[in-house]
Design a protein around this ligand. Structure first.
Ligand SMILES: *Cc1c(COP(=O)(O)O)cnc(C)c1O
Length: 361
């Protein structure tokens, strides 16, 4: 009932040049990894799945589909590490980037150049939970023969399947909700066509970015409870977002499940639920935000997200520290912003913790 962990680097051949079950070396393919990869492909409705050592290893592999001289249109409010890879690494390899808000067709089409080869984005985005109209982006990309890639870490395939909306490739940090227990780092790419699958498999093997068998086993185990966890994450997050909205110490709440969220209608159309991430601005800026984070107890002060236990963090100095102050300001990451990864604990305990942490003493 449990897939064994094939903790082996290599496999015995049946004869010269003839493998036993298609496996020769674990960088190329491993049976435990294959189970995870097939599961991911099924969940996302894709052609094939690929498991990587980290989310960044998956993004690095996807970036190698490009070559020097290519141009990428990227959402401006993406994961800090993705921004750092694009801005401080891939640019040095001759790849050009435009970081823009992907909220209307005109501005995307205005950013397209003859050498534009990829559109990269997240929805809901990190940390401001901005919503992108996925069908619109996919149709622009298709029209101009540009590869569209969406980081689906925040929503998970339980709430959103980008390939259904015409996206070419989906990326995940499996570190987050897919594993769900804060005990592994991992990444994934899910492709929509045979041609793309072959290219990704080539680069995974050539770059050596694949996931280890034990890590794959942990993610397989996590995925078994994905639906139960996501339901509870979203239910708790909705209650907390509504609570924060009413709180006198809170200036602004970012959660796509709130009716006044600018992306609420689009999110309702393309998602089956709004996820477990809530960001909010504390009145009083940096000092007030730090006070909240130091007082919170059930919400542990930690980066990352998507685990069963609730977390709180300060994007400006933690998850998004790799962005310049100017870039942060431009995309709206303010001094008072706090990001919550709402866990699956009892909601009354979570509200009680927020209550005591938000009191200004
Ligand atoms: C964490 C994260 C990543 C990077 O994944 P790692 O597993 O930390 O390398 C990429 N995108 C998003 C949205 C993330 O939250």
């Amino acid at each position: 009932m449990s897939m064994p962990i094939y903790q082996t680097s290599n496999f015995v051949f049946d004869d010269i040049g003839k493998t036993r079950a298609g496996y020769d070396y674990s960088r190329t393919a491993n049976p435990t990894r294959k189970v995870l990869e097939d599961t991911l492909a099924k969940l996302e409705g894709g052609h094939a799945g690929f498991a990587f050592g980290t989310g960044m290893a998956a993004i690095t592999t996807a970036a190698h589909l490009l070559k020097a001289g290519d141009h990428v249109i990227s959402g401006d409010d993406i994961y800090g590490g993705t921004y750092r890879l694009f801005q401080n690494v891939m640019k040095n390899h001759g790849i050009e980037f435009s970081f823009i808000r992907l909220n209307d067709k005109k501005s995307i089409e205005a950013a397209i150049r003859p050498n534009t080869k990829m559109i990269w984005f997240e929805s809901p985005s990190n940390p401001l939970l901005n919503i992108v109209d996925i069908e619109m982006v996919a149709s622009v990309a298709k029209k101009h023969k540009i590869l569209s890639v969406m980081d689906n870490t925040f929503a998970t395939p339980y709430f959103l399947k980008p390939i259904e909306f015409g996206i070419d490739m989906v990326m995940h940090s499996t570190t987050k909700y897919l594993n769900g227990h804060s005990d592994v780092v991992g990444g994934a790419l899910i492709t929509s066509t045979e041609e793309l699958s072959q290219r990704v498999q080539f680069y995974l093997n050539a770059l050596g970015t694949c996931a280890a068998p034990f890590d794959c086993w942990l993610v397989i185990r996590g995925i078994a409870t994905l639906s139960l966890r996501m339901k509870q994450h979203a239910e708790n997050a909705q209650t907390i977002a509504e609570y924060l909205e009413r709180h006198p110490s809170v200036a602004k709440v970012y959660y796509p499940g709130l009716k006044n969220h600018p992306g609420h209608d689009i999110a309702s159309r393309q998602m089956k639920g709004y996820g477990g991430m809530v960001s909010f601005e504390v009145k009083g800026g940096e000092k007030a935000a730090h006070n909240f984070l130091r007082r919170a107890k059930l919400f542990a002060l930690a980066e990352s997200l998507g685990g069963v236990a609730s977390l709180a963090e300060y994007p400006a100095l933690m998850s998004h520290a790799s962005m310049s102050a100017e870039a942060r300001q431009q995309c709206g990451i303010s001094e008072g912003l706090v990001r919550l990864s709402v866990g699956i604990e009892n909601i009354n305990d979570l509200i009680k913790d927020l209550d005591q942490a938000l009191v200004n003493r």
